[in-house]
Design a protein around this ligand. Structure first.
Ligand SMILES: *Cc1c(COP(=O)(O)O)cnc(C)c1O
Length: 405
């Protein structure tokens, strides 16, 4: 197809329909460039990005230090495969282990791959270390979870839209209500390999478990002799005001899953980080990934750990998070029914009489603010941690305007 003239937003959106699988229902905005917390569409209209790539853009679009790290790496070597060593692997693993207080790192690419890897490691650990009879290992998970889109991960999703039509489903998972420590305690036993939860459920609408829940899960898993696996793919890396969300309860899981922001908004980078006696069950040939730990990924991933090592982004998430929380509280009774916030991350339940989450997102788009509904009448706010306080206020003013209309 020859293009005679650049195509506008409406034309580009129309052009997608016949050729692009319809697995998303995007807002009608066609992004052409971005910087910091701002994106610009094909016609040059500017929008504040309060979704930040579902927290893949914690450092904003095109953070200079991350772009520089990627540029430098592009000029040297970008891919080796793990058949060879490369000069960025050791540094990446050392800095990520140090940042998270863990021993070892298994680099992968997407979040779903990190979760899949943890499922494999937990099962192998159960058979080889705990002594669970072959094929009997179970993993306890929570209702409302989101861990990714693979056949195994949707097998234990409780969201019918994500799960239906993809069977036969992978067995070996047991679902308990989220935030219910008694249910976790009842579900674990001799054949339990792990309890796998999100410390805060992102896709469910930024659902925060009751105070003390993570400590309770840590204690239950310790007593039951099974692993505590924390999926911090969305909650981790500064979003909640700490490097990891489990730090809010001073908890150290056996495995922590990272992704999204680990790639700096440039490349997909994920990792399983954990204890040596757990990740140590993997031996050569038993797991792998062509792209996992590639030189470009580790260059960007290392630069991400360096940004977080300063503590400045975590502090900013706490400070701006307090502003966000206060502004949202002021909207209760003005179109907002309830909200949940931790750091610079909030789930907002909109009064259904005012509109669905989708409708609010569409109205905010017209006001120059990008958000996305999670489901029903809940929208999620997760701006880049680099957003200016004036821009955050601007976005919240737009929300107030939209809710009042
Ligand atoms: C996004 C997400 C995943 C999946 O990550 P992908 O990179 O989309 O595969 C897994 N777990 C959580 C908590 C997530 O938010």
């Amino acid at each position: 197809m020859t293009l005679t003239a650049p195509r506008g937003s409406a034309e580009l959106i129309r052009a997608e329909a016949p050729v692009l699988a319809h697995n998303y229902h995007p807002l009608p905005v066609v992004v052409a460039r971005a910087e910091g917390a701002w994106v610009e569409d094909v016609e040059g209209r500017r929008y504040l990005d309060l979704l930040a790539g579902y927290s893949a853009l914690n450092f904003g679009h095109r953070h200079p230090a991350l772009i520089e790290a990627a540029r430098r790496q592009l000029d040297r070597v970008t891919l080796t495969s793990r058949a060879f060593h490369h000069d960025g692997l050791a540094g990446f693993a050392e800095s990520l282990a140090a940042l998270t207080g863990q021993d070892m790192v298994l680099p992968m690419n997407t979040g779903a791959e990190a979760v899949e890897s943890a499922v494999k490691v937990a099962r192998k650990w159960a058979y080889e270390v705990k002594g669970v009879p072959e094929g009997a290992a179970t993993i306890v998970v929570a209702a409302g979870n989101f861990h990714g889109r693979t056949t195994t991960l949707v097998s234990f999703s409780t969201d019918d839209e994500a799960r239906a039509g993809y069977g036969p489903y992978t067995p070996g998972f047991r679902v308990v209500p989220y935030g219910d420590a008694d249910a976790v305690a009842d579900a674990v036993g001799d054949t339990t390999a792990a309890v796998l939860i999100e410390p805060i459920q992102g896709e469910a609408g930024v659902v925060i478990p009751p105070e003390g829940h993570l400590r309770a899960v840590r204690e239950i898993t310790r007593r039951a002799g099974c692993l505590f696996v924390a999926d911090e793919i969305q909650s981790g890396l500064g979003r909640t005001g700490t490097t990891l969300a489990v730090e809010h309860e001073d908890v150290v899981p056996d495995l922590v899953l990272l992704g999204k922001a680990l790639g700096g908004g440039i490349v997909p980078v994920s990792a399983v980080v954990g204890r040596r006696d757990v990740l140590g069950v993997l031996r050569p040939g038993q797991h792998g990934s062509t792209f996992g730990g590639n030189p470009l990924a580790t260059a960007v991933g290392t630069a991400v750990t360096e940004l977080l090592a300063t503590g400045g982004f975590q502090r900013r998430a706490r400070e701006l998070g307090a502003v966000l929380d206060a502004d949202l509280t002021a909207l209760h009774g003005h179109g907002v029914v309830a909200h949940r916030a931790r750091g610079l991350w909030a789930g907002i339940d909109i009064d259904p009489a005012v509109g669905t989450g989708r409708e609010i997102a569409e109205r905010l788009l017209r006001e120059g603010v990008l958000v996305k509904e999670t489901h029903g009448s809940t929208i999620r706010i997760a701006p880049p941690l680099t957003i200016g306080e004036d821009d955050l206020h601007r976005a919240l003013t737009a929300l107030r305007t939209v809710l009042a209309a």
